[in-house]
Design a protein around this ligand. Structure first.
Ligand SMILES: Cc1ncc(COP(=O)(O)O)c(C=O)c1O
Length: 427
């Protein structure tokens, strides 16, 4: 089995060329569904037995992404009624777990209507609200307590434990378990811990999950919970620097296997992961055409069609997102060009924070060239403030296996712009 599934850089660049030949200026999200399918399969098969892989919809709720993943992952983690509806639009039967803070009565009722399997409860108040909703709907429901522990956090880009709004303070577990015990309509199956985001060290993560299992088993024993599920959250990471480095999922799977083997008492436990970033980042690219080039106070700027209102990830993480230049510049329309310099790539918004990449060396850049930002499939469009300044939204272009040849590779002809392999956003 290969260690990873390579991103088909050429397919994204061919998409840029094909789009540029059709309509200017280019501004699109391109998703390679064939890559997504293969990468998700590799992820799923890398995990040891007695595990489940859910997809955290918050990373990217594009219907084609959900449809593609529905046949590979074991279910979906949603954080709102809107995400539930999106999942149900592509699968009537997929397993759904409902997490996230501040669940309303209406959302809990909708979760019961839509056949959500388990709710990750964030507070004792929420537990009581869920019990009430389940009684009203005459539907029993499973619950996990999301626990907020204050210690044992590894280094990662974001951490969710300690004094944050997430989960139930570990010190309040006795009260929460007691409240769950008095609820007749819900069954407490175990615990949920999502403590890190963008973890890059596979061995450290396997050890961390081993520690989660220890903690869950000791809470179960201490508080008398019949533990059957432990949800270890998301967090498999993507290092966006160039070259991009992905979490080593095969190493993680192998080391987790060993961690679990060292804990025979965990044999009855199903371990659940709800991964977002790692599953979809590499399947997406954001394409933005250079509209203008200028030098202000000695610095070169490239202004692109689009910006952080489409792709907020670089601004939110404060990084320069890697990109490649596709030379589609139309010298007939405009001759402007820069070469061998550092360029800052900005969007069309009226804020100096609208920066996608800062001081990046370029060999040559022309107005009309298309910049392809790779690894843009997760927390790109989904976290962006789309309507700020009311610019048009980017197109969504879908690449998939070549239906004609059935080959796994991608090709420009496969793009079939105007044909079945692409569609415009919102259509
Ligand atoms: C509760 C929960 N689960 C899963 C995820 C997905 O995390 P990731 O995209 O890092 O895998 C998140 C992300 O914020 C989350 O809050």
């Amino acid at each position: 089995m290969p260690d990873s599934v390579a991103v088909d850089v050429v397919a994204f660049e061919e998409a840029a060329i094909a789009l540029a030949s059709r309509r200017r200026p280019v501004c699109a999200y391109v998703y390679d569904l064939a890559h997504l399918r293969r990468h998700a399969r590799l992820t799923r098969t890398s995990l040891p037995p007695r595990t489940r892989l859910l997809y955290a919809v918050k990373a990217n709720a594009e219907p084609a992404v959900l449809r593609t993943l529905a046949s590979v992952v074991d279910g979906f983690e949603v954080a709102s009624a809107g995400e539930m509806e999106k999942v149900r639009a592509v699968s009537a039967t997929a397993r759904v777990a409902f997490g996230g803070p501040g669940k309303t009565e209406a959302e809990l009722a909708r979760a019961l209507d839509l056949g959500v399997e388990v709710v990750h409860v964030e507070s004792v108040n929420e537990l009581l609200r869920l019990e009430e909703a389940a009684r009203r709907a005459f539907r029993p429901i499973d619950a996990l307590l999301r626990v907020n522990v204050a210690d044992g956090l590894p280094a990662a880009t974001l951490t969710m434990g300690g004094p944050t709004q997430f989960g139930i303070d570990e010190a309040q577990l006795p009260e929460a378990v007691d409240a769950a015990r008095r609820c007749g309509a819900l069954t407490l199956r175990g615990f949920h811990l999502h403590l890190v985001s963008n973890q890059l060290d596979a061995s450290a993560h396997a050890r961390l999950v081993g520690r989660y299992v220890d903690r869950a088993m000791s809470w179960a024993e201490e508080h008398g919970v019949a533990l059957s599920i432990m949800n270890a959250g998301g967090g498999f990471g993507v290092a966006y620097a160039q070259p991009v480095r992905l979490f080593d999922i095969r190493l993680f799977g192998a080391q987790l296997h060993e961690e679990l083997a060292r804990r025979p008492a965990s044999a009855g436990l199903t371990l659940v992961f709800e991964s977002g970033r790692f599953l979809v980042a590499s399947a997406g690219a954001y394409l933005a055409e250079v509209l203008d080039l200028k030098i202000n106070h000695g610095r070169h700027f490239a202004v692109v069609r689009g910006g952080t209102h489409h792709f907020r990830l670089p601004a939110s993480w404060g990084h320069s997102h890697p990109f490649r230049v596709v030379p589609t510049g139309d010298s007939g329309r405009c001759q402007a060009e820069i070469s061998d310099c550092l360029v800052t790539v900005v969007g069309q918004l009226c804020t100096p924070k609208d920066v996608l990449a800062r001081n990046v060396p370029v060999r040559r850049l022309r107005i009309g060239d298309v910049l392809v930002f790779h690894h843009a499939g997760a927390y790109g469009w989904s976290i962006s403030h789309h309507d700020f300044l009311s610019h048009p939204h980017p197109e969504v272009v879908l690449l998939d296996e070549d239906r004609v040849s059935g080959s796994a590779g991608t090709s420009a002809s496969r793009l079939g712009l105007g044909g079945p392999a692409r569609r415009a956003a919102g259509s």
